[in-house]
Design a protein around this ligand. Structure first.
Ligand SMILES: [Zn+2]
Length: 53
């Protein structure tokens, strides 16, 4: 479930709530050409949750 979405100068940050209740932040850079700009997900995962990355 998506909670909020923020556009920044470098990409998009999406906060979402997993089905297990964990809060997760996902960052998607606008440009994928730079090796420093990789999509990332922060927040860890819950053991046993099929929806956690
Ligand atoms: Zn989960």
């Amino acid at each position: 479930m998506e909670i909020s979405r923020h556009r920044t100068s470098r990409g998009t940050v999406v906060w979402s709530r997993c089905s297990c209740g964990r809060l997760r932040m996902a960052y998607s850079p606008t440009s994928l050409t730079s090796p420093d700009e990789r999509p990332l997900v922060a927040g860890g995962r819950t053991p046993g949750c099929p929806d956690c990355p």
